[in-house]
Design a protein around this ligand. Sequence first.
Ligand code: A2P
Length: 307
Amino acid sequence: MAEITLPEVELNIYGPKNPVEVPVVENYIITKESSPNFVRHITFDVSGTELEGRIKVGQSIGILPPGKDERGRPHKLRLYSVSSPNSGENGKPNLVSTTVKRTIEEFEDKLYIGVASNYLADLKPGEKVKITGPSGKRFLLPEKAKEFNYLFFATGTGIAPFRGMIMELFAKGDYQNECSLIFGCPYRTDLLYSDYLEKMAQEHSNFHYIKSISRENRRKDGSKHYVQTKIEDEEELLLPILKKDNTLIYICGLKGMEAGIYKELLRLGLGGYLDIRKNLPEDLNEIPRNDIKKFMKPSARTFEEVY
Ligand code: A2P
């Protein structure tokens, strides 16, 4: 198997004490009109800063929202995954994109509006934002990225890095291995970047776009369609790929999603994606989702960013 070596990356060229101010160049909604969720694609112009050409897909940038919290302290930094490829949005190394969902939650009759996400979502082209970064050195495509097959599992805005990674792999037309994106969201109206992904799937027989819509219908056994259930439901396509020793798994999105994927991999005898640390119970469902890390960790072939 090709060796899995992660590239050296730049870290924290700008930190919270010395952020850099960059303008927004585009900010558009990517969820369908009828969706109650608002997810936006936002691009910043980092021209003339040390960030130009130095951010890799899989890394994050930090956003410093203006203003203070309820205790009178400046708002803390929030990290957002980069969704543009290494070459930059539209191939321009000065353009860096991210994917932002407005967080609006009701809890005990009170409405909570996410500070950073709503600040970002309201920005107009030309307005400036204080950013930091890049951060993250593990959730990256390996060197010689095109020698590997990939299974990308995403829920919601966890798709951000995969958009850029798919662009990266397919940009030059010389990627010969298999790449599958398994994307989970509640309703079809919450599909993200689906026009681009459908087009990619049409144009490239080695790109597979698998949607897992959790709240529209159920699987035969009554369970929900989750990204991990697609491993079984799309077994004919995915199992032969998973069995190849040059296949890597990337997981990004909701905390907890990794547990379902790990259990499914074990059920199929695909332990090579995991480092088992403890004797496993016969019935894997006995492992509570929050305890999964006590039993297993991702191996060198599995990359995970859950939040
Ligand atoms: P559901 O909420 O129907 O249970 P979004 O971020 O857009 O809300 O999408 C997250 C998606 O991930 C939803 O389809 C959600 O399903 C699904 N999901 C929730 N919990 C898990 C889990 N433990 N494993 C995999 N997918 C999950």
